[in-house]
Write a protein that binds this ligand. Structure first.
Ligand SMILES: [Zn+2]
Length: 218
């Protein structure tokens, strides 16, 4: 009787071991599939929103994580953006990361061959070729992360941003807080008179507003 019981116990141990082995095999298979899927594929991520919405902070957060993961990261911004520093992507909270200012979007294609992640800040100021450039990079297997204003001070789609949002794998809209009423803000309201779309006065010239307060225009 005791021999029979120990035989049953042995069999159930073998069964358990077989079940665990098949689980591990499945897990490894899924992981393998996942890795294979991740390896060759580049992608485009867009981070957009109004001024003071934390776009650049989010871009810097993602790029710093890529650097921690030991990936080769390169960062670009348009030469027109000279608000704070010539060669750093600088956010409003002075959390900065070194970047290369470029004249036009095609200059981004001249980056090093071992680059795995490309960050682009102030994308709204780039030319209309930027979406095609980002597509080319993503097709090369590069993860492209683009941050920019989705709307100008008149509430109109800004430069290459709408096309970038259309072709991106992932779009994150971030929001500021409306200075008039405290609601989430998606507009950049210009508080000084100027018709230029590229007008980089920053804090003193703009305030974040929700749709209602933006339309109130006061
Ligand atoms: Zn409001």
């Amino acid at each position: 009787m005791s021999r029979l019981l120990s035989k049953i116990a042995l069999n159930s141990d073998i069964c358990r071991a077989l079940i665990i082995a098949s689980y591990i095999e499945k897990m490894l298979y899924n992981e393998h599939k996942f890795k294979r899927k991740q390896e060759p594929g580049g992608s485009i991520e867009v981070i957009c929103g109004s001024m003071f919405s934390g776009k650049t902070e989010e871009l810097i957060r993602r790029l710093k994580r890529a650097k921690i993961a030991q990936l080769n990261v390169e960062i670009f911004k348009p030469k027109t953006d000279v608000r704070y520093d010539d060669s750093d992507v600088v956010s409003h909270d002075a959390n900065s990361i070194p970047s290369t200012p470029v004249e036009n979007s095609s200059a981004i294609l001249l980056l090093g061959t071992n680059t795995q992640v490309v960050g682009i800040d102030e994308a709204q100021f780039f030319d209309m070729e930027l979406p095609a450039v980002c597509s080319q990079l993503a097709n090369r297997g590069i993860r492209v992360i683009v941050a920019g204003l989705d709307m100008d001070f008149q509430g109109k789609p800004f430069g290459p941003m709408p096309a970038l949002m259309a072709i991106a794998e992932d779009v994150s809209k971030v929001h500021a807080i409306c200075l008039q009423c405290g609601a989430p803000a998606n507009h950049s309201y210009r508080t000084v008179a100027s018709d230029s779309t590229i007008f980089l006065g920053e804090k003193e010239s703009y305030e974040p507003r929700c749709r209602d307060c933006f339309n109130t225009n006061s």
